[in-house]
Design a protein around this ligand. Sequence first.
Ligand code: EPU
Length: 338
Amino acid sequence: MHIQKNISLKKYNTFRIDVRAKEFVEINSDEEIQSLILSGILNNKKFFILGGGSNVLFTENFDGIVIKINTKGKKKIKEDSEHIYLLVSAGEDWQNFVEYCLNNNYAGIENLSLIPGTVGAAPVQNIGAYGVELKDVFYELQAIEIESGKKVKFNKDDCEFSYRNSIFKNKLKNKYIILSVILKLNKHPKIKIEYGNIKQELEKSGIKNPGIKEISNAICNIRRNKLPDVEKIGSAGSFFKNPVVDNKTYFRLKNKFPEISAYKLPESKYKLAAGWLIEECGFKGKTIGNAGIYKDQALVIVNHGNANAKEIINVMKKVQKVVYEKFGVKLLPEVNIV
Ligand code: EPU
């Protein structure tokens, strides 16, 4: 374990923001994490746990230690006639893991194809796409408490999952480091293709009874068409959450803007498509300084090259202001702003 000093984080965040970390350490095993904690190096020090860096906006040089989790490994821990339980190390790349599951015919995460980031970060924000969320396949995780160095298990209820949220973004923020996650996958796929235009995408290729590989391919195609490739253009995926509003607000808006895009939720709530609100305000494809709104998906703020965090924040604020003035709805960032 080697603690490096004054390291640029540009290649470690998909927004490609060029800030520096005072200290930076890469971790390759659970034991290394434990000894880092027990050594007391983290005491009274700011720290940041980095996975794929795909959901973070660094706004300034990080005056502390960035801990990059690189732990690898996946293991079958049990199975029954219906399910297979896989224990996966936090540093595994999410998409590599999805491909491993597709190749072994383990079903349940095909709709979560091509989401950037690591397995350990997936429960933190309960990643989701195309009608599936991580919580749907989550069984348990193991984390280490930073204060004590003790290993602790969290089951699904303990994690308090909700839309792009978990206990690790709230009450337990900065209290634990996730070591590994156990997912409960299906041996017999339960196909979910109702959401968005998955069906149309499958029809385009003439597929009638899709398996998990076909669904994954369709979703990869949809995502590639709508979302920027983080290897080519800096972004952190959806910058904002889709806002949830009550009945009254929804019908007020629907009345004024009949085309509004929204999904009905339980308890008389509606989730509005923030992308629609932002597009309706004329932001889609707009460049503001070195940053802007992606041309094919208005929920995504992009770095056109050399944007600094101020320019990204500037776009965020402009969008929030104009959307609020037009619709009376507050957009909150989904991205972790540090
Ligand atoms: N829309 C527009 N204009 C846009 C974008 C969207 O009008 O520029 C409207 C369309 O009516 C569309 C609806 O919004 O039908 C929904 O759009 P889309 O299916 O692209 O999904 P989203 O709500 O914009 C969410 C997630 C994505 C996830 C997709 C698919 C959030 C914050 N974002 O986006 O997740 O891939 O659904 O399930 O919930 C991410 O979290 O980084 C992410 C990309």
